[in-house]
Design a binder for this molecule. Structure first.
Ligand code: ZN
Length: 296
């Protein structure tokens, strides 16, 4: 099943069109995409009863990207994982690998849809393409073998990061430095794990102005998605609709020699094969003020 936030409404994408869930269900389900995760099993059963196939190719180019929002627009919690690929840990200068996941948060105010303009704050803004998991039910002390049973689906994410603030001070400021407005684009769709041939082995990457910067397979993650669900739920309660950014592979700008960061006019494309693509254009603060003034 492929789920989108289309114009702020919960929508299923089929090979031959879209279903507005609230309308088609006569109000049984809320139009709010975030509410889908509260009764996700019900939604799947209802979709199956409507004849929605488990797998359905959909041509995203038929949708206006500006109408797409984040598949989980208002999660209670947003987790992010650091150092979850061996080669990314190495480029960060870490000589030993973490024995358990390195966890921080991104604030939900930084979430956006898949195709956006991002105003650059002062500093050094870097890219981090990631696979993002959305939780389907309240979870506590989940066994690794049951991890996937607690995942509604996967989407593409960018964990945009302003490196100066991230590294400044006696203790790193991960949460703030990765939570500027627009720093957590996700989308374009949420794909349920049963739709993917192998949800543990997906190819992801990103490119700046057409130049490939990152490319990896999620099978190379140090902690798999089921392991992350098990680990997080051993400490905190996971809620339906919670979002987990699962970590980025090598190739970030800060890990390059010389280092490279995003500037005004740059375009960042990020993708996961089988799910879709994000597209961010970066504006200087001055340009974005002018743009929003002329738009308003
Ligand atoms: Zn990250």
């Amino acid at each position: 099943m492929r789920i989108a936030n289309l114009g702020g409404r919960l929508t299923l994408l089929l090979a031959d069109g879209v279903i507005d869930v609230a309308t088609a269900s006569n109000g049984r389900f809320s139009p709010d995409p975030q509410a889908a995760y509260e009764n996700f099993d019900d939604l799947k059963r209802w979709a199956a009863a409507q004849g929605v196939p488990a797998t359905a190719e959909f041509d995203l180019s038929t949708l206006d990207p500006a109408t797409l929002g984040p598949p989980a627009p208002a999660p209670r919690q947003v987790f992010a994982i650091g150092l979850n690929y061996r080669d990314h840990a190495a480029e960060g200068g870490f000589t030993t690998l973490p024995e358990e996941p390195t966890v921080f948060t991104k604030f939900s105010s930084s979430l956006s849809g898949p195709v956006t303009d991002v105003s650059l704050p002062y500093g050094e803004v870097d890219w981090e393409v990631e696979i993002v998991a959305v939780i389907s039910r309240t979870a506590r002390d989940v066994d690794v073998s049951k991890g996937w049973d607690h995942v509604a689906g996967l989407t593409v994410g960018q964990d945009l990061s302003e490196r100066r603030l991230q590294m400044r001070g006696p203790a790193p400021q991960f949460c703030l430095a990765k939570s500027h407005p627009g720093f957590s684009p996700t989308g374009p769709v949420l794909v349920t794990p049963d739709e993917l041939a192998d949800p543990d082995d997906l190819t992801l990457g990103c490119a700046v102005n057409g130049e490939e910067m990152q490319k990896a397979r999620t099978a190379d993650m140090l902690f798999s998605i089921p392991q992350l669900v098990a680990y997080l739920s051993s400490i905190v309660t996971l809620y339906p609709g919670d979002v987990i950014f699962t970590g980025t592979p090598a190739g970030v700008g800060a890990g390059r020699t010389p280092s490279r960061f995003l500037g005004p006019g740059d375009e960042l494309r990020s993708w996961v094969v089988g799910i879709g693509e994000l597209r961010q254009r970066f504006l200087s603060r001055t340009d974005s003020v002018v743009a929003s003034a002329s738009a308003g």
